[in-house]
Design a protein around this ligand. Structure first.
Ligand SMILES: Nc1ncnc2c1ncn2[C@@H]1O[C@H](COP(=O)(O)OP(=O)(O)OP(=O)(O)O)[C@@H](O)[C@H]1O
Ligand SMILES: [Mg+2]
Length: 304
């Protein structure tokens, strides 16, 4: 069988009385970018480290295609590339020496000079690791993650600490990895990044999957099409008949209408106001975002 991807089944990891990962089940189809979203302490890093073979789960199974990763972590290591949330390198080696060192560990590998230019590290290739900026270090960590020509690349907050330009470049690199047929699993705290990069997402909290799907699916499932807000003095109440209005809430100075079809509700609103001789003031509309979904599911915002 082909295209089975990466499967995690009932993965559990306890630290004393804390259950960091709690019967987590996930399927990542091969060849996509998969995002893990969750607040601090949700269990993202622990989950990645278990898949990468750096920690043993207390319970559960993991497969990549036909390989049982929990029982054969060495087979995972030769196929996986890993960028840790915090990477330790030999500070006195140069960028190029570091990549050559990791290159020598593997039978299968990518060309070091090409990796250096791909990650935009040419200017720094002869600089010692100790002198790199945070963003340069991140890029070196990604280059190291790719050195064994991996089938699956795990990136734990790859854009943390990058400036906007470097983040854009990173996104290009990640889409390039997908275009080459690799599978990418990443964690992020940036909604725009998740929406832009991820074909599928899992929202996790307290070691459990709260929901999973494409960014669009998640928004459609959990959030209405649009939110309309206006001044409360307009006079709309919960009993005002408006088309496609799922909910009408009065809050302090504002009336909020949750609408399934923005245009229908707006047209209805304007007609109602004309009939009643009311003026519509303070009107604004916005569409729901992944951030709204995240807040609804976890009760927390992404960045604390
Ligand atoms: N080695 C450890 N010993 C004890 N507790 C741990 C250990 N590693 C992680 N934890 C705990 O497990 C939980 C999950 O941590 P984890 O690092 O997986 O979260 P995360 O989702 O990656 O968070 P962040 O967004 O902050 O990186 C946290 O409560 C953390 O304190
Ligand atoms: Mg983490």
């Amino acid at each position: 069988m082909e295209g089975k991807g990466l499967r995690l089944e009932n993965i559990t990891k306890r630290y004393g009385t804390l259950t960091a990962v709690d019967h987590l089940t996930l399927t990542v189809p091969s060849g996509i970018v998969f995002g893990l979203l969750g607040p601090n302490g949700a269990g993202k890093t622990t989950t990645l480290e278990i898949v990468e073979g750096l920690r043993r789960p207390d319970e559960g199974h993991i497969w990549w295609e036909d390989i049982d990763i929990v029982h054969h972590p060495e087979q995972g290591r030769s196929r996986f590339g890993v960028q840790l949330q915090t990477s330790a390198f030999f500070e006195l080696l140069t960028v190029k020496e570091t990549l050559e060192l990791f290159h020598s560990f593997y039978h299968r590998h990518l060309n070091v000079a090409q990796l250096i230019s791909r990650l935009d590290l040419k200017e720094k290739q002869n600089a010692r690791v100790e002198g790199l900026s945070g963003g340069q270090r991140q890029r070196l960590a990604l280059a190291v993650a790719l050195v064994n020509d991996p089938e699956v690349v795990f990136l734990d907050e790859p854009s943390a600490g990058l400036d906007p330009q470097a983040r854009r470049n990173l996104w290009d690199v990640i889409l390039g990895l997908k275009a080459e047929g690799r599978t990418v699993v990443l964690t992020t705290h940036y909604m725009e990044e998740a929406e832009f990069l991820a074909d599928r997402l899992a929202i996790i909290d307290r070691g459990r999957v709260l929901d999973e799907g494409s960014p669009r699916e998640l928004i459609q499932r959990h959030m209405p099409a649009a939110v309309i807000e206006m001044s409360r003095t307009v006079g709309i109440t919960a009993s005002t008949p408006l088309p496609a209005a799922r909910e009408i809430e009065e809050r302090d100075e504002t009336t909020m209408i949750i609408s399934d079809r923005l245009e229908d509700t707006l047209v209805g609103l304007v007609n109602w106001a004309q009939d009643q001789g009311r003026e519509i003031t303070g009107l604004s509309t916005r569409s729901a975002t992944l951030e709204d979904v995240f807040l609804k599911l976890t009760g927390r915002s992404l960045r604390e």
